[in-house]
Design a protein around this ligand. Structure first.
Ligand SMILES: [Zn+2]
Length: 141
């Protein structure tokens, strides 16, 4: 799981130069092997749907030419937003592993069969949390 954490952290750092909220996502197969990775680039591309989760699903959709990605699990630094959850359902993903809770989303507004599992040590979650906090602090300056 250390490789998964490190890869997410490296991806998320790519958000910085475009002033995008630092969030990253990976797809892993049944052997926990990383098959695709991505980061949020909404601001970079001025595209609402460019969240890391949607981008990583689109990568594999394009590569495999199938929208049934049920054999994969999604891993994210931050729990996916409601828009992304809807797209994750479209891709038939059953399970999402995430490091940080998303306090900005009201999950009561959505009904989903997706299983969410919080993973990682508190140290790992704190690293992602610090990245987000620093980002929003800079925005206010
Ligand atoms: Zn999202």
């Amino acid at each position: 799981m250390e490789l998964i954490f490190n890869t997410l952290l490296m991806e998320l750092k790519k958000c910085k130069k475009n002033k995008d909220v630092p969030v990253s996502a990976l797809l892993i197969d049944t052997n926990n092997k990383i098959v695709a990775k991505s980061f949020n680039s909404r601001q970079k591309k001025y595209n609402f749907s460019n969240h890391a989760e949607i981008r990583v699903l689109n990568k594999i959709y394009k590569k495999l030419k199938t929208k049934n990605l049920g054999d994969y699990r999604l891993v994210t630094s931050l729990k996916p937003c409601l828009m992304c959850i809807t797209v994750i359902e479209q891709a038939s993903i059953k399970k999402v592993l995430y490091y940080l809770d998303n306090i900005k989303c009201n999950y009561n507004r959505i009904l989903t069969d997706i299983t969410f599992e919080k993973i990682g040590s508190s140290k790992e979650s704190t690293i992602f949390e610090t990245e987000l906090k620093e980002f929003f602090l800079k925005l206010r300056k």
